[in-house]
Ligand binder design. Structure first.
Ligand SMILES: Nc1ncnc2c1ncn2[C@@H]1O[C@H](COP(=O)(O)OP(=O)(O)OP(=O)(O)O)[C@@H](O)[C@H]1O
Length: 216
């Protein structure tokens, strides 16, 4: 899925070789400031690199249209973007960015999705009035609706208490597993990494060293 070779972002990252496999859940762990978010941002070309090559399904990402890449490789950041408008607007906006049809999406489907994330909010409610944790769950619902093949998650439950975080992750990963998606997730929590991922990558071990990450 993703192959990195001799990728440098001076002075943060220097990755000799790294491989993320398709339809697997990989967690990236490591100390604060070690470059985890930088690595995620490289994968959907939100930032550029000084050296090396990153391939997505065999194609050099620097030759791909970044917008097209980001439609397939969807990032959920620590502080999800909430746009002016209603809860419904915020659910549908990801599809609109991807130029996907929203006419066939019924309100009931949106309601069900909100319920899945324990968000008992009306579709016409102002999204900005939601709490930080509710916004994070709204963003999860939004990216599920987008249905891309790959998700990049950067500390996606940082605004949630432990119990809610666990429920949200359970629901999200149920969807991931039954739909055979690829996930690359940055987390501070080794517990979360161990519970949900097929593979854990410690960034300290891949930075400056040669290490090919494969799944057994
Ligand atoms: N746009 C930028 N310009 C300059 N330095 C940056 C930029 N973005 C990140 N950095 C620096 O790069 C280093 C790695 O940052 P990054 O956010 O990738 O780390 P992280 O491992 O995700 O950290 P945390 O766990 O604290 O979120 C940090 O020292 C940070 O200050």
């Amino acid at each position: 899925m993703f192959q990195l070779k001799d990728v440098k972002v001076d002075p943060i990252l220097n990755i000799k070789a790294l491989h993320f496999e398709q339809r697997r859940i990989t967690s990236i762990i490591g100390k604060s400031g070690s470059g985890k978010s930088t690595l995620l941002k490289l994968l959907n070309h939100l930032i550029s690199y000084d050296n090396g090559i990153i391939q997505y399904n065999g194609q050099d990402i620097s030759t791909m249209d970044p917008i097209q890449l980001r439609r397939e490789v969807v990032m959920l950041s620590q502080t999800p973007s909430i746009y002016d408008g209603t809860v419904k607007d915020n659910l549908l906006i990801g599809l609109k960015f991807s130029e996907k049809d929203t006419d066939s999406i019924h309100d009931q489907q949106l309601h069900d999705l909100l319920e899945k994330f324990d968000l008992h909010k009306k579709l016409d409610e102002n999204a900005d009035d939601l709490s930080g944790g509710e916004k994070q769950r709204l963003a999860f619902a939004r990216i599920i609706l987008m249905d891309p093949p790959v998700y990049l998650l950067d500390e996606p439950t940082s605004a949630l208490d432990d119990e809610t975080a666990d429920e949200v992750m359970e629901r999200f990963f149920q969807f991931i597993k039954s739909n055979q998606k690829t996930v690359i997730m940055v987390t501070h929590s080794l517990k979360v990494a161990e519970k949900f991922s097929d593979k854990i990558v410690d960034i300290t071990n891949i930075n400056d060293k040669e290490m090919s990450v494969t799944h057994g």
